[in-house]
Ligand binder design. Structure first.
Ligand SMILES: Nc1ncnc2c1ncn2[C@@H]1O[C@H](COP(=O)(O)OP(=O)(O)O)[C@@H](O)[C@H]1O
Ligand SMILES: O=P(O)(O)OC[C@H](O)CO
Length: 504
């Protein structure tokens, strides 16, 4: 009888369940989008109860589609949008507030207050991250400061915090009836609270934020049996055996296991991860230091990360807010109708600028407008923004590590766009390579779980599952590449220093 692993990919826009076979091929998929809640400019929330309901439903869809039962599944792997903060009551299982999403910027005042003493790099040597609204820590503090009674309940030990990996795992393993409250090192490394060396919560930083240790999940490796399923009849008693934040999961799914290997994932945002092996490298060029993965008792792998907040979501914005296209792929047709961007550059600093600038005072800018410019140029500039931002991150990786990447492995929803991938190769000056299985995020979580239960024996076996689907070679000459990057950097300067007392 064949056996399979199921991965749950709890992403920013949707939750997916994907069943994989031993060769790493997709057998079946269930997917449901959840509501994006924007109560005010800069605020982004999800309903955590909706996320859990959707998760249960997509598990059912994926199993039914392939005619499988829990007896065919050897393990569950979980991967998730990182940083998004859920706080819930451990006695009732009810969240005290909507999940505050990684893109949310409401906590800028908290960041400013904390940075008044020591600047935004105050905790960076220990946790690898600058103070920024992006990470979970300030979001937890906001909930404790602003939701009536939350701080008292937290101090009484009644509230739990988690990124959506912890929320899904707690519910999946039984919720109020014995659910395990855990996270893995990769998710923990996105909170601002985990010491990169000890892999434990730093009680001094928790104290400065006023977050009780009792709220925090136990930190586990990325690959071990954490418990078994009790919160879904469909998977009852199946071991939950792998957790990786989605960007680290994609790196794992791309089989970028070794020092010096990298991948770039093009989804809502874009995240380049560069594996630095067992060495903790502190960036001098605007990258984050983060956990790559940790397999059971083995030593952890660290990584440098270039996080770009807005890439695919700029295309969604053209669709939903501006009405320029009806579906994301339409942007490709529009862009193909013109030879170049007509001098237009879009800097999508909707949540300020993340890597490599970390400028909270930036806001989105469209520059270079003339009477000549039409919607085709805008479409093209929107796509090009993704490629320019990626080049800046890659330059930072080169500067920090001294490694000149000779190719880039890519994945995520936007890599379906041929023109974008060609432009990406042109702007980087190195080949861009897409693997056959582009659901690398889910695959990485499946690998972590499958390794823990002995479904796969080692990393070598996983590497042999990876195969190339398509490769884009750079065609642009170096002078043109340099010209475009110079103009892009100039456009970036125009987006900065926009937020002031009147414009938040
Ligand atoms: N053909 C396309 N061209 C450009 N962008 C696209 C295309 N298809 C999808 N996208 C963008 O890709 C993103 C979806 O990718 P996905 O990897 O599923 O994202 P996430 O995991 O962040 O939810 C959306 O933001 C969408 O706008
Ligand atoms: O869910 P995604 O793919 O948009 O990824 C979100 C990232 O984990 C945010 O850090």
């Amino acid at each position: 009888m064949s056996q399979y692993v199921i991965a749950i990919d709890q992403g920013t826009t949707s939750s997916r369940a994907i069943v994989f076979d031993h060769d790493g091929n997709i057998v079946s998929t269930g997917q449901l989008e959840h509501e994006q809640i924007f109560p005010k400019a800069g605020w982004v929330e999800h309903d955590a109860a909706e996320i859990w309901n959707n998760t249960r439903e997509v598990i059912g869809t994926a199993l039914a589609q392939a005619n499988l039962t829990r007896h065919d599944i050897v393990g569950v792997g979980i991967t998730n949008q990182r940083e998004t903060a859920v706080v819930w009551d451990k006695n009732t299982g009810v969240p005290v507030y909507n999940a505050i999403v990684w893109q949310d910027t409401r906590t800028q005042d908290i960041v400013d207050q904390l940075a008044a003493d020591g600047g935004v790099e105050r905790f960076k040597a220990k946790v690898g991250l600058p103070l920024a609204t992006y990470f979970s820590g300030t979001k937890i503090k906001w909930i404790l400061d602003n939701v009536e009674g939350a701080r008292e309940r937290a101090e009484a030990g009644d509230l739990l915090f988690g990124n959506t990996d912890s929320w899904v795992t707690w519910n999946l393993t039984g919720g109020t009836d014995g659910g395990v409250h855990i996270t893995d090192v990769t998710n923990a490394s996105r909170t601002l609270f985990m010491d990169l060396e000890t892999l434990q919560w730093d009680e001094e930083i928790l104290g400065i934020f006023g977050v009780p240790l009792s709220m925090m999940p136990a930190i586990k490796s990325s690959s071990e049996v954490y418990g078994t399923v009790h919160g879904s009849q469909l998977l009852r008693e199946v071991p939950v055996a792998g957790i990786l934040g989605d960007q680290q999961a994609a790196t794992f799914g791309q089989a970028a296991f070794g020092t010096g290997e990298a991948k770039n994932t093009y989804g809502t945002g874009c995240f380049l991860i560069f594996n630095t092996g067992e060495e903790i490298v502190h960036s001098k060029n605007g990258l984050l230091t983060t956990l790559g993965y940790k397999l059971g008792d083995a030593a952890p792998h660290y990584a440098l990360e270039g996080s770009i907040a807005v890439t695919g979501s700029l295309i969604q914005w053209l669709r939903d807010n501006i009405g320029m296209i009806k579906s994301a792929p339409e942007v490709e047709e529009l862009a193909a109708a013109v030879e170049d961007n007509g001098g237009v550059y879009i800097v999508p600093a909707f949540s300020g600028l993340f890597a490599p600038y970390w400028r909270a005072d930036a806001r989105g800018a469209i520059v270079g407008l003339t009477r000549f410019v039409n919607k085709n140029h805008i479409a093209r500039a929107a796509l090009e923004a993704t490629a320019f931002q990626t080049r800046e991150v890659l330059d930072a990786v080169n500067a920090d590590s001294g490694v000149d990447l000779t190719e880039l492995k890519v994945d995520g929803g936007m890599v379906a766009n041929d023109a974008l991938m060609q432009f990406q190769a042109d702007i980087l000056g190195v080949p861009v390579i897409r693997p056959k299985v582009t659901e690398t995020t889910a695959l990485g979580a499946a690998y972590a779980a499958g390794l823990a239960v002995g479904f796969w024996k080692d990393l070598g076996e996983l590497s042999s599952n990876w195969s190339e689907d398509k490769r884009w070679e750079p065609q642009m000459d170096a002078a043109e590449r340099d010209r475009q990057m110079r103009l892009w950097k100039k456009a970036v300067t125009k987006s900065m220093d926009w937020v002031d007392e009147d414009v938040k």
